[in-house]
Structures are given as structure tokens and as C-alpha cells.
Design a protein around this ligand. Structure first.
Ligand code: GSH
Length: 212
């Protein structure tokens, strides 16, 4: 397997966590997003959408979209499971994950921030304010929802990490880069700390990647 990766990419960070939780090793190709390598001809042959991550399997098939990759890994390598057993519980985990991966991450993505700068004249502070604004559309409700729901345990759902935690931690790391204070979100903070106690999460963090 080969992971097309970038140390600061939240979506790639999710897949690094997932691979590590499954105990899987992947070779890595580093796609430097700041230098625009995701839009270069070589990478577009791998992933014509020009986004990381991509996961190339040993038979040459290429998977894109971090959630699709993670669900593929979960189906091929069922232990430890990223989704709980019952349909209601699975819906809850997917809903938590999508509040981050579908509602929050896409509007805080690099190409959106670059467009703000180049087309709309935003400076560093403007970009940071944008990032915090959109994260703050999700984090208060997410924190409250996790705090209120008896399904929440050590992690977002129960006492083992699920797809929801895999999506939460990279978004929290992204928010920290833009100076968002996590103190206001005690449940997110507690769950993130529990995740970071696990080597699968800790080794996947951006600053632990060789190219960081
Ligand atoms: N929904 C996609 C999002 C992928 C994505 O947005 N990746 C970002 C890095 S986190 C990227 O490659 N950005 C390149 C760019 O914005 O030009 C996924 O989950 O894989």
C-alpha cells in the first residue's frame, strides 16, 4: 500500500490514524500542498481531483476520499472496528464524523483559504478569522452533543476509538493552528487527550511526520 500524504492535511491525518489503529504499514509519497504538487501532472494521474489523501493498493487500484478509504480499511481489516455494531450507534458515529468531515473541513480547506487570499484579499488574520468562524459553527454544538449523550464514553462513542474520533482529532489540530482555544470545549478537549494517549493517534500527528 502507498499513502499519498501531506503532514498538515487533516484528511490525510485521518487515514494515518486509521492505518495505525489497524496496525497497517503503508509506503508514503509526500505531496507538498503548499508548493501546489497536488495540481501537478504526476499527482493528477493518481488522483484527478488534486486532493490528498489517496491510497494506492498493491494491485494498483487507487482509493480517494478519506472516509471512503477508512471504511474500506474497516471492511478489509475488521479489528479494531471503527463503527459500532447496531444501526443506531453507527448512525450516531457517522453523524459525528460528518459534522466535521462534511460540514466543517471542506470550507476550511487549503484551496478555500488560498481563494480568500488571492481573490478576496484576505490577510493572515482574515484567513484565521474565517477558519475560526467556521469551526465555531460546529464545535459548540458538537461539544454539547457529546457531553449530553450517554453513548459518549472515553471516546466520542464508547470506550474505543471510532470514525468520529478519527475525524475529531485532525480538526482540533487544525483549529489549534489558527489559535482557537479549546478550553471552551471541555468534552472535545477530554476526548482529544484520550486519543492522543494512544500511539496510533500520537504517531500520526503532523509534527511527527518525517517531512514536517
Ligand atoms: N473530502 C476529502 C477532502 C480532501 C482534502 O480536502 N484534502 C486537502 C488537504 S486536507 C487537500 O488536498 N487540499 C489541497 C488544496 O486545497 O489544494 C477527503 O476527505 O479526503
Amino acid at each position: 500500500m502507498r499513502l499519498y500524504d501531506y503532514f498538515r492535511s487533516s484528511a490525510a491525518f485521518r487515514v494515518r490514524i486509521a492505518l495505525a489503529l489497524k496496525g497497517l504499514e503503508a509506503d508514503r509519497t509526500y505531496v507538498h500542498l503548499r508548493r501546489g504538487e497536488q495540481r501537478g501532472a504526476a499527482y493528477l494521474q493518481v488522483n484527478s481531483f488534486g486532493l490528498v489523501p489517496s491510497l494506492e493498493l498493491d494491485d494498483g487500484s487507487v482509493l480517494t476520499q478519506s472516509l471512503a478509504i477508512i471504511e474500506y480499511l474497516d471492511e478489509e481489516y475488521p479489528e479494531p472496528a471503527f463503527l459500532p455494531g447496531g444501526p443506531l450507534d453507527r448512525a450516531r458515529v457517522r453523524s459525528l464524523a460528518l459534522s466535521l468531515a462534511a460540514d466543517t473541513h471542506p470550507i476550511t480547506n487549503l484551496r478555500v483559504l488560498e481563494e480568500l487570499r488571492s481573490v478576496y484579499g484576505a490577510d493572515d488574520e482574515g484567513v484565521a478569522a474565517w477558519y475560526r468562524h467556521w469551526v465555531l459553527q460546529t464545535f459548540p454544538a458538537l461539544d454539547a452533543a457529546l457531553e449530553a449523550d450517554p453513548g459518549t464514553g472515553v471516546f466520542c462513542h464508547g470506550d474505543t476509538p471510532t470514525l468520529a474520533d478519527i475525524c475529531l482529532v485532525p480538526q482540533v489540530f487544525g483549529a489549534a493552528r489558527f489559535d482557537l482555544d479549546l478550553e471552551a470545549f471541555p468534552t472535545l478537549k477530554r476526548i482529544t487527550a484520550a486519543c492522543m494517549d494512544l500511539s496510533a493517534f500520537d504517531n500520526a500527528r503532523p509534527e511527527r511526520q518525517p517531512e514536517a
